[in-house]
Design a protein around this ligand. Structure first.
Ligand SMILES: [Zn+2]
Length: 429
């Protein structure tokens, strides 16, 4: 199912989003302490803001604002809050996020649209290989979206490869929701146990948390490593707790589709000005229809390309490319600008690297320095050189490399409080 608005022209989609602005701004001015103050301090007459261009007059909201003043963002009485969760806190302290009954319904609709976009059908059975608890919003979003789709769901949770395979044979799922690097582990496990992974019932996987495509939408090393061995369709998804919305690949795999009923998206440069269509920009979002914790011009910190050509799937909505990097994680290394995903992509190419941790720190001369710690099963004296050669070939520069055991890396990358393994540690001053 594709909502009518997604098939309209770019101009009509813009006009539709603008028709939602007065309602949003009035709601914020009546219920949000933070935004009421922002409008007052900046002399913003909300009635004068009718277009997406005029929206630029309202100053942006940062993660720091949200962290420091979370309570002032909340627009509802405490008794109306149903679900409490926290943002992932990938960079900085996690923020407590809250949802009302209507917000949960909106979240279900979002995930229903997104999963439908990624070829989800009511005949499908989804194996959820991500957590539904641990204060994680995405888990409940998937569950609610699958339910709205009328599909089946089996909540296995992350890890426990044996239980994942046991579920394949018991329930015969057609779709997985997972961190894509885990699929590599599944493939290796299948080989070890003599299981033909291509004989399972699985047809597709919705991949969260890690990129599987390059900027030109071809599969990256991780994506290829999976599909070379396992004949399934991979779908990228880009989402965050703050957005309460997701951008999923359709079957064309040409970027995550925007669902204009749920969110307004801008792409901005360092001076908070819109970037051109061929330039990467920071994703800045405005939520539509959110009751408890709506956000206006919120800077996500994610740098992405955006695409507007109509898609062969029938949708004309904007498509968002893979996250090139997080603004805060940008590295200036030996004259090259670098984001951690480019480093991950190279490490995924190397068979003997089981896991890794990237540490960056400030060198003696005030420069960014990189230490790559890799976990390898059998330590071979040539490993370090092989890894450095891969980096030289791809990036022209070779960071420092330290070879450890997979267990040592795991010990460093799985602290108690985190739901996702840590792969990047920033010790820069
Ligand atoms: Zn499409």
């Amino acid at each position: 199912m594709i909502p009518e608005i997604e098939k309209k022209s770019r101009e009509e989609i813009k006009a539709y989003q603008e028709s939602r602005l007065p309602g949003l701004l009035t709601y914020l001015s009546e219920h949000s302490t933070y935004y009421t103050e922002k409008f007052r301090l900046n002399n913003i007459d909300i009635k004068s803001i009718k277009t997406l261009e005029e929206l630029l007059r309202i100053p942006v909201t940062t993660k720091d604002d949200l962290q420091r003043r979370t309570k002032d963002f909340i627009c509802v009485e405490p008794h109306r809050i149903i679900d409490y969760n926290t943002t992932s806190g990938t960079l900085g302290e996690p923020v407590t996020f809250v949802l009302t009954e209507n917000d949960l319904e909106r979240l279900a609709y979002n995930e229903y649209l997104s999963l439908s976009c990624s070829d989800g059908k009511h005949e499908d059975i989804y194996q959820m290989m991500v957590t539904i608890d641990r204060r994680f919003m995405a888990g409940i979003a998937y569950f609610l979206g699958i339910r709205k789709l009328g599909a089946g769901v089996v909540r296995v949770g992350p890890g426990n490869t044996e239980l994942q395979f046991d579920t394949f044979s018991r329930i015969r799922p057609t779709a997985l929701i997972t961190v894509p690097s885990y699929l590599v582990k599944m493939i290796d496990f299948a080989k070890e146990k003599g299981i033909d992974i291509n004989k399972t019932s699985v047809k597709k996987a919705v991949c969260i948390g890690e990129p599987i495509r390059n900027n030109d939408f071809s599969l990256n090393t991780l994506g290829k490593r999976i599909t070379d061995q396992w004949n399934i369709n991979l779908y990228s998804t880009y989402a965050s707790t703050e957005m309460g919305a997701a951008f999923n690949d359709c079957i064309q795999g040409r970027g995550g589709h925007h669902h204009p009923e749920l969110i307004i998206v801008e792409f901005l440069d360092e001076n908070d000005q819109p970037v051109g269509e061929n330039d990467p920009g920071e994703v800045v979002i405005t939520t539509l229809g959110v009751e408890a914790l709506p956000l206006l011009r919120f800077k996500t910190g994610d740098i992405c390309f955006h695409h507007h050509e109509p898609c062969a799937c029938g949708r004309n909505t904007m498509r968002i490319g893979p996250v090139i990097g997080r603004k805060k994680q940008m590295l200036k290394y030996k004259g090259t600008t670098l984001f951690p995903p480019a480093i991950y992509d190279i490490l995924h190419e190397i068979d003997f690297v089981e896991n890794y941790l990237i540490e960056v720190y400030t060198g003696d001369l005030g420069t960014d320095e990189i230490m790559i710690k890799v976990g390898c099963r059998n330590h071979d004296e040539h490993y370090e050189k092989i890894i450095k050669d891969h980096f030289r070939a791809k990036l022209r520069v070779a960071p420092d490399v330290q070879v450890l055991t997979p267990e040592q890396i795991q010990g460093m990358s799985s602290p108690e409080m985190n739901r996702k393994p840590i792969t990047f540690v920033d010790r820069r001053k």
